[in-house]
Write a protein that binds this ligand. Sequence first.
Ligand SMILES: [Zn+2]
Length: 419
Amino acid sequence: MLFPTQDSANRKSMDKTKKILLYAAAAIVILAAAGLIFKHQSGQVEKDTPAKYIFVMIGDGMGATQVAAVESYLSYQAGKLGGEQLTFTKFPVLGLCTTFSADRNITDSSASGTAIATGSKTDNGKLGVDPEGNELKSMAYTFKEQGYRIGIMSSVPANHATPASFYGHDMDRGDYYNISLQIPESGFDFIAGSGLLQFNEKNNDQEPIDKVLESKGYDVCFGLDELAASTDEAGVVVVQPSQKNAEALNYEIDRDTEFKEDRLGEVLAAAIDYLGDEKPFFIMCEGGEIDWAAHDNNMMTMTDAILRFDEAVKVAYDFYLEHKDETLIIVTADHETGGITIGSGHSSMIDWAGIEKAYEEAGETSSAENRAISTEHNIGWASYGHTGGPVPIYAIGKGAGKFCGRMDNTDIYAKVVCE
Ligand SMILES: [Zn+2]
């Protein structure tokens, strides 16, 4: 067409009008979007806030297969192949955490405790400090600054690596006496463990730690009965009744039958009671002897330890049911211990009855004997130490969704404190 007709001229002018309208519409959309963004930015006061009640529960050494093995045992007891569950595996959110430390593929409990507590990696053996020795701030201190009451408890000694990562700072996790001295410095409200290692320092030449803690205003209670009678408001340290006049303690499971042992779930319930629900609280609760039993490749002791840890999770879960919108519970592990496998190549069934029978008949067993009993009945162990695989993290409650998917153990800090 050589000359434009009237028709095509009209069409052109129509096209122009359409274009203008389109640009105008696009501009409106962009401005509206910008408005939304600005509104969102100015609305940062509504930013994620931490839950009022927070439970960080750590099963030391409790990898995904430890959990699966215990659920298999529960299923066996119920006459089934599978399907029985622990409390925390029913939580709606599941993630996976990498656990390597600043200097090792395979972490120890002080480096991983520090990573979880502070959000920073450190070398194995170091506690609450970075590799250069600079102090790191744990989430317990972050929450204390925000007016939370703080409870730190474990089924192993209260100055052992995992609980101590939340209040202590030391280049050597084995400086137990020095670490205990940091309990009163923390100002935390409720500290509990099976006891305190190095009660009188390494050479038994220092003032007993209970006397030091008492002199700093803490009430040291030997058992929950003593706690019930305590009227001290400054803070309490609760250890097992069997620790009275003890210099140190060993395995929680080697309990002195003379004394009633307070179970981890009972200690957690007492802590919740002590802290109260008027003020916000942060609680770290560790099932520490899961790791010790796994080092020993002792299937039945480890199962018992995980079941007792789960009892404590149930206590936290019951609290959550009463305070659903304000509570966050996360359950994780600092690392896996023992390289446990479901199946050792013997068959395609775990012979739980055989394991139970073997332990009924055996007296004291060595680690090698424990491994042999497991292997023979089709549960394998690859190590007497820690392993470097990722560990599961389970979550329920306010902000739980953030724990879905893959993360590093140093990511937990920011997710819990809502940084
Ligand atoms: Zn360990």
